[in-house]
Design a protein around this ligand. Structure first.
Ligand code: ZN
Ligand code: ZN
Length: 247
């Protein structure tokens, strides 16, 4: 089995409910052989997270720490069923970021009907700055899988298989069935997925063990798991960046 090269979904103390620093995250990523690391703290609408200046000032971080390429990013909150995101993260900030995740979170948006949740995600996918939808397999937000995968494919956006979601006692427990269906639809449409640790402590970085069973049950081919290949990841992300750079 090839080795995972990247983890784009990690949090630092800036998120308010995570417990490691950027440096601790990067050094740990280096120690397990990752080449790319996303620093994607929660955007300001998440209670207790940092303000917009955190994201505006990410430029002070080095491009590489211990030979790990640092992707300066954010995990945005999808705020409504029209797919609007945190007002505080305005265009100038989004343009500077290397990686943008958008996710549904309970403190920011109440679960709606399948139609409403689908509309929230599909509209976020259409946002030219959003590269990844975080944990779309959340069972609390049922979605129309075919519509979400089709929109993601049409808009060069990755859907995340979130390792933390499968943790016992976690808030998104029970999502295996939805994720298995999502993987099957991704195979059908040849859309790669991205595994995300969603680490809130550095030792969780690059750990996708909880995803293994569901990936196997769906017969997910390695070629469709973008974490194995930094070149494929760069190429995929650049498709949408080409549009957002012009805005
Ligand atoms: Zn969090
Ligand atoms: Zn999240």
């Amino acid at each position: 089995m090839p080795h995972y090269k990247l983890d784009m979904h990690t949090h630092t103390i800036a998120s308010g409910h995570a417990y490691s620093t950027v440096t601790e995250n990067a050094k740990y990523a280096a120690s397990i052989g990752l080449e790319y690391l996303g620093i994607t703290d929660h955007a300001p609408a998440m209670p207790g997270s940092c303000g917009y200046l955190h994201f505006l000032n990410l430029k002070v971080l080095p491009e590489y720490i211990d030979c790990v390429k640092i992707f300066k990013g954010v995990e945005l909150n999808i705020m409504d069923y029209e797919g609007r995101i945190d007002k505080a993260i305005y265009k100038k900030i989004l343009k500077r970021l290397d990686i943008v995740i958008a996710s549904l979170h309970l403190p920011c948006i109440a679960p709606g009907t399948e139609e409403e949740n689908t509309s929230a995600i599909v509209n976020a996918v259409k946002n030219p700055f959003v590269n990844i939808i975080g944990h779309p397999g959340d069972p609390r937000y049922p979605i129309n899988i075919k519509k979400v995968v089709t929109a993601a494919r049409d808009n060069n956006t990755l859907l995340e298989i979130n390792n933390s979601s499968f943790a016992k006692g976690g808030s998104r427990e029970g999502g295996e069935k939805i994720v298995a269906e999502l993987l099957k639809e991704c195979i059908k449409q040849s859309l790669p997925v991205i595994l995300g640790s969603d680490a809130h402590y550095h030792t969780a970085i690059g750990n996708f063990d909880n995803c293994r069973d569901v990936l196997m049950s769906a017969n997910m081919p390695d070629e469709l798991i973008i974490n194995y290949n930094t070149k494929k990841f760069d190429d995929f992300i650049s498709l949408k960046k080409r549009i957002s750079r012009e805005l």
